[in-house]
Design a protein around this ligand. Structure first.
Ligand code: TEU
Ligand code: CA
Length: 545
């Protein structure tokens, strides 16, 4: 069995993890200083979001040099030490490869801007007149996906910010350059890779207007994406390493192909359908309470579909682009602890590889910022303007950010109850939520019933029970609203996971007899002989040998 099926992966957003030198920005020495804490979680890998040279317009997802470290985060020596020190603790480092685009400050783009034909072909430039972009495609961060360069009389494509120019994967030289980046990091001792929006790399042969949407249907899971991925993995020599692709607006069929071992593409996929169940009409900037029925159906469809066709999923609620799950799907007030634990249980017992995003293991919640000046994210700031132009009031736009901004997930890690949460000796780059008074690592270390203690137990259970690693999954009580229930089966072994997604009790159609079962974990006390209903956000995991 592949090692990653037993593993749990911890995601670090370096800017917000731990600041070693008091400049208010997290850094690599800060990560090194917390390796014992990470080890204590029982995780096998750290995935760090980018710390390469970058103007940080999109916090490092705008890479200006794939082989250099941004001095704000540290030095190459620090990264080498991180790899070595993590390795001593049995933890592998996975790096984040942003290969769909580079920063416009990358030397390739700068040469292209200078008119160098070789480098113009590294990007997607199209001749045209000012005011008439080649297509009507929209950037994912708002506005046109094309930017005009008057000096060249050309437009370039940027699916994200205008400072993030899309690479031309049709050019074999580009593909070789990127493989060489992978070899460089492999030689440094890195143990795996996450590939940013990697299902967007293959653009169509012909660029045309999209009369139905923002253009994504033309380049999402594009024509040559599987061929490109196979080549990338095979010819860079990274094949045995763990790899995960971030798949934007993808399909189940494509995720099967990306992650089925027979295809020799990636180990697993991030897919996001379960994180759109609170988007009204599929629109991130339109608020709606989560539709738990839809959430259940997505899990059922993707878990069983990936299983039947031999795909493998990354299991996650949180990352640096998402609001905190406990605020979004749980109740970060009355049932803070219970709902944080339930959300964790609901995915950690599934088939796939769980990811814990820094602070999630503490139950970190959205910061509820009051002012637009509290926000830093380029997407949030763009949409704050766009929403108001579209007719929202300032207060409505702010409330939308309070619930949807990517900064919700980027607040500094809450290490203790001190003024700067033990994150830094001075004011951090992004404000610390008031709740750090009680949501923090130091307090939770003292509490045997903490969210932190619960996550440690979940990680340990996956290591101990093969049924969690490789058991078949089958969904139960599909007709009961609010109840996410499934079993995992391996030989005679049976594991039953019951999760109440809601703040109201849910009744089971008939009571479950617990005799013969052992309770592995749960967020309320030991159940009685019979389980007739689950309390608010209750989770119970039962196991039978
Ligand atoms: O994210 C891709 C992505 O699809 C999200 O940013 C999404 O567009 C956004 O949440 C829309 O609401 C990856 C990285 O994780 C993200 O941080 C980068 O900004 C983005 O790619 C560009 O590299
Ligand atoms: Ca620092």
């Amino acid at each position: 069995m592949e090692n990653f099926k037993k593993s749990t992966i911890y995601q670090i957003y370096p800017k917000s993890f731990c600041d070693s030198n008091g400049d208010g920005i997290g850094d690599i020495p800060g990560i090194i200083s917390k390796l014992d804490y990470i080890k204590s979680l029982g995780v096998d890998y750290i995935w760090s979001t980018p710390f390469f040279t970058s103007p940080l317009k999109d916090n490092g997802y705008d890479v200006a040099d794939y082989r250099e470290i941004n001095p704000i985060f540290g030095t190459m020596g620090d990264v080498e030490e991180l790899i070595a020190e993590a390795g001593k603790r049995g933890i592998g480092l996975m790096l984040d490869m942003v290969f769909n685009h580079t920063s416009t400050q990358h030397k390739w783009f700068q040469k292209a801007l200078g008119g160098d034909r070789e480098y113009l072909d590294y990007y997607i430039f199209r001749d045209g007149a000012e005011g008439a972009p080649p297509t009507n495609w929209q950037s994912k961060f708002g506005g046109s996906a094309w930017e005009y360069v008057p000096g060249l009389g050309k437009w370039y494509l940027h699916l994200f910010d205008r400072t993030q120019a899309d690479l031309n994967w049709e050019n074999p030289k580009v593909r070789e350059e990127l493989r060489d980046v992978l070899r460089f990091w492999k030689n440094k001792g890195v143990k795996g890779f996450r590939f940013d929006v990697v299902n967007l790399i293959s653009k169509p042969g012909l660029f045309e207007d999209d009369m139905q949407g923002d253009g994504r249907r033309f380049y999402t899971d594009g024509p040559r994406v599987h061929e490109f991925l196979k080549e990338l993995v095979r010819d860079s020599g990274i094949a045995p390493m763990v790899t995960v692709g971030e798949m934007s607006s993808t399909s189940l069929e494509n995720c099967v192909r990306y992650s089925n071992p027979a295809e020799r593409e990636l180990s697993m996929c991030f897919h996001f359908h379960h994180l759109k169940v609170d988007y009204r009409d599929g629109e991130k900037w339109e608020l709606m309470p989560p539709d738990y029925g839809k959430l259940k159906r997505h899990f059922e469809e993707w878990q069983t579909g990936m299983q039947q066709q031999g795909g493998w999923s990354a299991l996650f609620w949180c990352n640096h682009d998402q609001p905190r799950a406990v605020s979004r799907f749980g109740d970060d007030k009355a049932y803070w602890k219970e709902s944080a634990k339930m959300l964790a249980t609901s995915i950690h017992m599934m088939r796939g590889t769980p990811y814990i995003y820094q602070g999630e293991e503490l139950g970190m919640a959205n910061p509820a910022y009051k002012e637009i000046s509290d926000y830093r994210d380029v997407e949030s700031i763009n949409y704050y303007g766009i929403m108001q132009k579209a007719g929202k009031t300032q207060e409505e736009a702010l409330e939308t950010l309070r619930q949807r901004s990517r900064d919700n997930g980027r607040t500094p890690m809450q290490w203790d109850a001190g003024e700067y949460a033990g994150f830094s000796a001075s004011r951090p780059w992004l404000a610390i939520p008031e709740n750090h008074a009680y949501i923090n690592a130091e307090a939770e270390e003292q509490d045997a019933d903490s969210v932190l203690a619960y996550y440690r137990k979940l990680v340990a259970l996956r290591k101990e029970y093969p049924v969690i690693q490789e058991g078949a999954i089958e969904f139960l009580y599909r007709e009961v609203p609010g109840l996410l229930a499934y079993q995992r089966l391996l030989g005679e072994e049976r594991l039953l996971a019951l999760n109440n997604l809601t703040g109201e009790p849910v009744r089971l159609p008939e009571p479950i007899g617990c005799r013969g079962f052992q309770r592995l974990i749960g967020n309320y006390g030991e159940p009685g002989e019979l389980i007739g209903e689950l309390r608010a956000y209750e989770s119970i995991v039962l196991w039978k040998p």
